[in-house]
Design a binder for this molecule. Structure first.
Ligand SMILES: NC(=O)c1ccc[n+]([C@@H]2O[C@H](COP(=O)([O-])OP(=O)(O)OC[C@H]3O[C@@H](n4cnc5c(N)ncnc54)[C@H](OP(=O)(O)O)[C@@H]3O)[C@@H](O)[C@H]2O)c1
Length: 332
């Protein structure tokens, strides 16, 4: 790897950029998530090469959270170190996010949605990444024990104090989202974006959330679009060494059943007929919906990243293909 990085001059030629709801912000159709493969436990040069390759192809949006690693916090430190080495002159071309909500440090102030936790956490994240501000700061999950007003006031404070440019929420139900949007509107810090799981294998957001977001002009980003790797060719012939399922922590091998793999094989056959990989078809299927601003993929290699970016060459589906996909995924 070259020590001195210079971004590809053609980086904005092929990426598609979508407006995030009714805001002024454009996000790339494909974003990169750093939940896995960017911690101290992972190969630093591989992480660095993935981030360079992403930026070289117009991926401007890098999704982080306080607890990404392992260990928790280390993805932000690794990313901060890569930023310092390679991206100091490109900061204004990047959208960098962080979040707080899940378990991060010991004691009563290290998780959920209090003002104490969110403000302390964003300060820690800025320090780990060596940044003056993040572009988007999220409440990572709804806290049933904290008044929603308090959590939203914390986001409003974080934005107004310049620690973040925009506020977002993640993993909120349609009703919680609607309430959060109206509190944030009243505070004068509109909700920019909602981040939730969405894939062919988990369509929960179709039950009202996407409608709430659309009617309020709020953007939507889909996480785990490949169902952590199930919606790819990764597990068609068993569980490969080094794969996420082989680590048996977030993706359990027992959930990759023969019935599931039979359906995945059918989808894989369809993808081949479209001259795509299954990963590409699964991502394209999400991007077919105009309400989806961006799809955040996770990758363990540059090869996977390049495969995913190629998705944009074909995101159209015939009615027949849509019906066939629906029939397969409704049966799972
Ligand atoms: N807001 C939230 O609560 C939340 C929760 C989860 C995730 N997220 C965000 O969403 C991002 C993406 O989530 P995710 O990592 O679960 O996404 P994903 O894209 O569904 O899964 C990523 C995994 O799929 C496999 N993969 C990716 N591209 C592939 C390809 N082209 N061919 C074969 N296999 C491929 C890799 O598995 P191997 O590692 O086995 O190679 C990779 O680690 C996270 O990094 C994070 O930023 C947010």
């Amino acid at each position: 790897m070259q020590e001195n990085y210079k971004a590809d001059g053609a980086r904005y030629k092929t990426m598609k950029y979508n407006r995030c709801g009714k805001s002024g912000l454009l996000l790339p159709a494909i974003s990169l998530g750093l939940w896995h493969n960017f911690g101290f436990a992972d190969n630093y040069n591989n992480s660095r090469e993935i981030i360079r390759t992403a930026f070289d192809q117009g991926i401007t949006h890098f999704d982080l959270a306080n607890n990404y690693g392992p260990p928790a916090g280390s993805a932000e430190e690794v990313f901060g170190s890569i930023l310092k080495k390679d991206f100091t002159t490109y900061r204004d071309e990047m959208i960098i996010t962080s979040k707080a909500g899940y378990d991060m440090w010991e004691g009563p102030y290290g998780e959920w949605g209090s003002r104490k936790y969110l403000v302390a956490s964003v300060n820690q994240s800025l320090k780990r990444m060596g940044l003056e501000y993040v572009d988007i700061f999220y409440s990572h999950r709804f806290d049933p024990s904290t008044p929603l007003e308090e959590t939203m006031r914390a986001l409003d404070y974080i934005v107004k104090s310049g620690k973040a440019l925009y506020a977002g929420i993640s993993n909120y139900s349609p009703e919680q989202t609607s309430d959060a949007i109206s509190i944030l509107n009243n505070l004068g810090t509109p909700c920019l974006i909602h981040q939730s799981r969405y894939s062919m294998l988990d369509r929960t957001v179709e039950n009202g959330l996407l409608d709430v977001l659309e009617s309020n002009g709020v953007g939507f980003v889909a996480f785990s679009p490949l169902a952590q790797g199930i919606l790819t060719d990764r597990y068609l012939k068993g569980i490969p060494a080094g794969s996420r399922a082989s680590k048996a922590h977030f993706l359990k091998p027992e959930n990759i059943t023969p019935v599931l793999i039979a359906a995945i094989s059918e989808l894989n056959g369809m993808a081949m007929q479209r001259n795509q990989t299954l990963a590409q078809m699964a991502t394209a299927w999400l991007l077919r919906d105009q309400r989806v601003t961006s799809v955040i993929v996770g990758v363990s290699s540059v090869k996977q990243l390049n495969d995913n970016i190629e998705t944009l060459k074909n995101i159209a589906f015939t009615n027949e293909e849509q019906e066939k996909i629906k029939a397969i995924i409704n049966d799972i």
